[in-house]
Ligand binder design. Structure first.
Ligand code: ADP
Ligand code: MG
Length: 290
């Protein structure tokens, strides 16, 4: 990472105003030496160093995947970026502003769809818009457009329990997009759905991110998902999680994973990630390979 380059510039900036932390450049998202540890959950255990000295930057509209062994601090990293928790040390800047609390420009999507069971699918999609006091007619318009895009038009009035897991994840994606965030934080969003549904969800996500020009950070255990959907893959070490490698995915058509999969260079990226995660040594895997 280019923290060595960053430091002198930071110093110069801090001479100007020592009270305001300053981003180094005009990156969309910038992490500077971020660390986080947790108090032990039970007596006798030592403090958990979740992530250590993580620095990376992403551009607006860029999709970056994060892979690494289970428990290496991936979810912790997204929580810090979302502003839900503060880092112990280091700084996070979103659009040149230090992150200190959750912001409506950042949306989270998790493995569990977290739809509200007592609300219809349309009401779920509109939920965030109610929070932001968007007028009713506009809410309905946004929801209708998204439900149609994600193939859920006929299920607008259905309730979450009436939908399959894949459809619920589609609804969750629609709800996430309804907030019109600039940055999507996706924490293993498709790991609980079957393989075939997953392929179509990946395709829809890829197209949506490209068309809506969103930036996204995607945590996944699925190496092919990382390669097919992103511009860059960050590889983390076992805990305490650090970024040990960054791979630029120089494949065309980030909006179309089906096309990417057919590219002659696709297998070599997967192999590279396998090697970096030492999957074929000592039987260790980066978590549950579903
Ligand atoms: P990952 O998402 O990569 O599987 P997590 O970020 O969930 O990893 O967790 C990293 C480490 O931090 C784990 O050892 C986990 O048990 C610990 N951890 C996460 N959140 C907390 C918390 N709130 N309190 C205590 N320990 C935590
Ligand atoms: Mg996690």
């Amino acid at each position: 990472m280019d923290t060595n380059v960053a430091r002198p510039i930071l110093k110069a900036a801090s001479l100007k105003d020592s009270t305001m932390p300053t981003p180094v450049s005009d990156w969309f998202l910038e992490l500077q030496g971020v660390s986080k540890s947790f108090a032990p959950r039970s007596e006798g255990e030592s403090r958990v160093e979740a992530i250590q000295n993580i620095s990376f930057n992403i551009h607006a509209h860029e999709v970056v995947s994060i892979i690494g062994p289970s428990g290496c601090g991936k979810s912790t990293l997204l929580n810090l970026i979302s502003g839900l928790e503060p880092p112990d040390s280091g700084k996070i800047f979103l659009k040149q502003k230090e992150v200190s609390e959750p912001s409506s420009t950042v949306a989270f999507m998790l493995q569990k769809d977290l739809l509200l069971p007592w609300r219809s699918i349309q009401q779920n999609v509109e939920f965030g818009l109610e929070m932001t006091k968007t007028p009713k007619a506009r809410r309905a318009e946004i929801a209708a457009e998204l439900l149609s895009r994600f193939g859920l038009k006929d299920f607008a009035r259905a309730f979450p329990t009436q939908l399959s897991g894949g459809m619920r994840q589609r609804a969750a994606l629609a709800r996430t997009m309804a907030l019109q965030p600039d940055l999507l934080l996706l924490d293993e969003p498709f790991s609980a759905v079957d393989a075939q549904t997953r392929l179509s969800l990946q395709r829809e996500l890829a197209l949506t991110l490209a068309q809506a020009k969103k930036a996204a950070l995607l945590i996944t255990h699925d190496l092919s998902e990382a390669v097919l959907l992103s511009d860059r893959v960050l590889v983390m070490s076992p805990r305490p999680g650090r970024i040990v490698s960054t791979i630029d995915i120089q494949l065309p058509a980030r909006e179309d994973p089906f096309q990417r999969r057919k590219h002659p260079s696709y297998p070599s990226y997967i192999e590279q990630l396998w090697d970096l995660l030492h999957i074929n040594e000592s039987g260790a895997t980066p978590g549950s390979q579903r």
